[in-house]
Design a protein around this ligand. Structure first.
Ligand SMILES: O=C(O)CCC(=O)C(=O)O
Ligand SMILES: [Fe+2]
Length: 222
C-alpha cells in the first residue's frame, strides 16, 4: 500500500464537533488540546508574527462602532481581522464554517456569520475578565479561540481563565495557550480573562453571530 499523501489532514480533529457540542450543552464551554492541525497552526502563526514584526497589526479596543475605546488597562493585544487573504486563513475559516453548520444542526442556534481576528499579546499584556457579547447587542452567540504558539513555556503565564457563569469569581478552567488547543464557549454567559503573559502569545479569537438588527440599525460583523 502506498501512503495516501493526496488527502490533506483535516483542520480540526474529526471527533471534535461531537465532543464540543456535548460540552457546550453540559457546561457552556469546551476546551480541547491537539485539536487544530499543527501545520495549519504553524502557517497561521508565521503569518501573524510577520504582521507583528512589520507593524501590520491594530491596537485592540473594547466596544463597537462609535463606542470603540482603546483601554490598555483592560486589554493589551494587537489584532488583525481575518480576510481570507492566505490559504491558511481560508483553511481555518472553512473549518469554522463546518463547525457553524454542526452547531446549527445540533442546537438550532441560527448562527449565520463568523468574524475572527488574529491576536498578538506581547509580554506583559493581558485581557481582564469580561463577556464577549457587547451590552445591548446580543449578537455574538458562541466564542472560539484557536491557539497558535508552539512550545508554550511552563512559566509563560498567559492562560485563559474560564469562570462559572453563575458565580463569576469561581474559576472552572485554566487554558494553556499552546498551539493546537481550541476553546469554545457561550459568548453571553461565560466570563473569562487572559492572565498577563510573559511570552509572546498568538491566537485567533472568533465569534459565531446571529443577525442582530436593533432599532433599524444594522449591525454588520466586527
Ligand atoms: O485569547 C484568549 O484566550 C481569549 C481572548 C478573548 O477573550 C477575546 O479576545 O475576547
Ligand atoms: Fe473574550
Amino acid at each position: 500500500m502506498t501512503p495516501n499523501i493526496a488527502t490533506p489532514s483535516p483542520a480540526l480533529q474529526p471527533a471534535t464537533q461531537l465532543t464540543l457540542v456535548d460540552a457546550l450543552v453540559e457546561q457552556g464551554w469546551y476546551v480541547g488540546r491537539e485539536v487544530i492541525d499543527l501545520e495549519l497552526c504553524a502557517a497561521l502563526n508565521q503569518e501573524l508574527l510577520h504582521r507583528a514584526a512589520y507593524n501590520g497589526l491594530d491596537e485592540a479596543g473594547i466596544g463597537r462602532g462609535q463606542q470603540h475605546l482603546l483601554r490598555k488597562d483592560i486589554r493589551g493585544d494587537a489584532i488583525h481581522w481575518l480576510d481570507r487573504e492566505s490559504a491558511a486563513q481560508r483553511r481555518y475559516l472553512d473549518a469554522m464554517s463546518e463547525l457553524q453548520q454542526a452547531l446549527n444542526h445540533a442546537l438550532f442556534l441560527g448562527l449565520f456569520e463568523y468574524e475572527a481576528h488574529f491576536a498578538h499579546y506581547p509580554p506583559g499584556a493581558f485581557y481582564q475578565r469580561h463577556l464577549d457579547s457587547f451590552r445591548g447587542r446580543a449578537n455574538r452567540v458562541i466564542s472560539t479561540v484557536g491557539y497558535l504558539t508552539p512550545n508554550w513555556p511552563s512559566d509563560g503565564g498567559g492562560e485563559m481563565v474560564i469562570y462559572h457563569p453563575d458565580a463569576p469569581s469561581q474559576e472552572v478552567a485554566r487554558v494553556i495557550p499552546e498551539a493546537g488547543t481550541f476553546a469554545c464557549f457561550l459568548s453571553e454567559t461565560i466570563p473569562h480573562e487572559v492572565l498577563p503573559t510573559r511570552h509572546p502569545r498568538t491566537s485567533i479569537a472568533g465569534w459565531f453571530r446571529r443577525n442582530a438588527s436593533l432599532g433599524g440599525v444594522l449591525d454588520p460583523a466586527r
